[in-house]
Ligand binder design. Structure first.
Ligand code: ZN
Length: 185
């Protein structure tokens, strides 16, 4: 089922996700719905907060993006990122490696807004997969950027928090409008 994507202004986007200790049927259904929602919205990643659930859960799929390549080491082994997609990550922890670079980002919770965001070009993420097994991901390129964006969501951090003050200032009125439209009650 395609779920409604929560937009900026809804307080759930600022909530830190709770750890997932048990993969219940409800969690499996949520993951399935998150994939359907992400693909329907043509996104490369979706965090549980974006469908109204403050949980440490994100789904990603960068396989369709041809012009922004990624590299991936899965549990220490170099793999073609396309064959490893899609990814489900539970309780991810991320560490940033190496230099930072600017790149264009959008967010399904901020319709029609894109901005240059500085992110590390390489990351290591440790998480649990859907079968409960530990998974280690070393990524560069778009996947590294998407992982940083999604893990931020799981901690209540949004890409506007990572924008330069000039970029954010230029978006002030659009952000205020969005926030007003999506405030509950
Ligand atoms: Zn986002």
């Amino acid at each position: 089922m395609v779920l409604k994507v929560v937009k900026y202004g809804n307080p759930v986007l600022r909530k830190k996700g709770a750890r997932i200790e048990t993969i219940t049927p409800a969690i499996r259904q949520l993951i399935e719905d998150m994939f359907e929602t992400m693909y329907a919205s043509r996104g490369v990643g979706l965090a549980a907060q974006q469908v109204g659930e403050a949980l440490q859960l994100t789904v990603l799929d960068v396989a369709q993006v041809e012009d922004r390549p990624s590299t991936l080491k899965l549990n220490g082994k170099e793999v073609d990122p396309k064959t490893a997609m899609p990814l489900v990550l539970l309780n991810p922890q991320i560490s940033m490696n190496g230099e930072k670079a600017l790149g264009i980002e959008g967010c399904l919770s901020f319709p029609e807004i894109t901005a240059e965001i500085e992110r590390s070009i390489s990351v290591t993420a440790r998480a649990e997969s859907l079968d409960g097994a530990p998974i280690e991901i070393e990524a560069t390129g778009l996947l590294a950027r998407a992982l940083q964006h999604e893990v931020d969501h799981l901690n209540g951090i949004l890409f506007i928090d990572r924008m330069s003050s000039a970029t954010k200032a230029a978006l002030t009125s659009r952000l205020k409008r969005l926030q007003k439209e999506n405030k509950p009650g």
